[in-house]
Design a protein around this ligand. Sequence first.
Ligand code: F6P
Length: 537
Amino acid sequence: MPGVDAARQALAAHAREVGPRHLRELFAADPGRAERMHLEVAGWYCDFSKHRVTPETMRLLAALARARSLPERVAAMFRGERVNVTEDRAALHVALRMPKGRSLVVDGVDVVAQVHEVLDRVEAFAARVRSQARITDVVNLGIGGSDLGPATVYEALRAYAAPGLRAHFVANVDGAALASVLRGLDPARTLFVVASKTFTTVETMTNARTARAWVVDALGADAVTDHFVAVSTNREAVAQFGIDPANVFEFWDWVGGRFSLWSAIGLAVAVVLGPERFRELLAGAHEMDEHFRGAPPEENLPVTMALLSYWYREHLGAQSHAVVPYAQVLERLPAHLQQLEMESLGKRVRLDGTPVDTETGAVVWGSPGTNAQHAYFQLLHQGTALVPVDLIGFARAQPGLDPPGHHDLLVANLLAQAEALAFGTDDPALPPHRVMPGNRPTTTLLAERCTPRAVGALLAAYEHKVAALGILWDVDAFDQWGVELGKRLASGIAGELTAGDEPALAHDPSTNALIRLVRGYRSSRAPSASRPPDPPR
Ligand code: F6P
């Protein structure tokens, strides 16, 4: 087996040979590649044949995975070893979806038993709220992983929600976000879930305080017990906030924020969709976990997704990666994957602290098709940037969301775009501006229908893609130190915006000037609200 350096050199040499080849040529030389280059896992059919790779590329990439000890390092993650080295923690989100009765002992504690204890409480709580029919609206107050994951799942599966029950997700500290949700709600029928791993995140705590005041104003201080629950690892801070300890659902520091939707962080989802659907979601993810843990790199769906991303980023110069779900209900998916991939893989040092000598995380972006086709697909088809695209869709519409004729057009567009991107046009009579060069790579991910199981498996596949890329790049995919400095500076500046006339500002000259400008706008000399301010000179 080659070492890492040899595996990388072999890939670099191979890239010089395969890089210039066109997908038209690759398909002509190997008509059987569509048949061979696909995987079927947990209800998902993944077509990888429209990628600029040959069987030899995949062999060399798998060799790199082995040289990086990927199977062994995945096994270590599943065993609960402290793979998040900079935070000295395990990354055990897979334990959140292990079935009851399985045992995984980490530091002398059976974490699966712990998980099911909380899950049982989540389910009992969800069943109670649903049976009482007093609550009609569940508002999740959380940000980052305490918002994006559950919001993505809720939007994807809201067709399964109990009639008369809705969830709302408020993340931004911009008061407009909370105000616009509260405007339509009745405090007596609203339940707030304060979702924060640390229970110190300023956006969430600010929204939670405002929401608490809204409830207390309308219903009195005693109502907090019935209208607030918390999901956190920080019981002490939750108690200080005034939430009844009986209403706290805990999780553990071995669950990273962006991997936490499967824990009690999914409480709002469990309430609105029901405990049974939540279990199906976890079961779908578990199916993907078992596949990721057991399948060899060559047959492993998340590993293949990772190897392809590595290939484009490292060897073909791609800087970004688009995710285009042909499903309006997956509208939030690109934002969730943005956090998942970019917070995990936007790293510049290796596990041992030395600088990386490769490219790392790509910029992840996207939005639902077909809208995307009328916005940025022009660049994907004829622009100069190479952007691999994940096209995600379902053969059948969700029940109740299927007016006649729509779904066929939706699926037809997905398949047409994959074809057009790969093969373009080769009519020599076309003027240059009409030429579609093709050779634009896509992965097509298709499932029968957008069910809890399918969504669980899809999200878990992306989580494991990220873990595998972390291993290939030898970076810590589970920490996020890069977000800390901005948080610290913001808490200082917040005080300075409202401080008296001119306390010393010790920032750089540009930041100082901007703070003074804001102070000026907010002082008595500020322009009237009805007149837009003059632009600064
Ligand atoms: O922005 C960084 C981050 O720590 C994310 O990783 C996390 O998902 C988010 O903030 C919210 O954190 P918490 O759940 O602790 O409020």
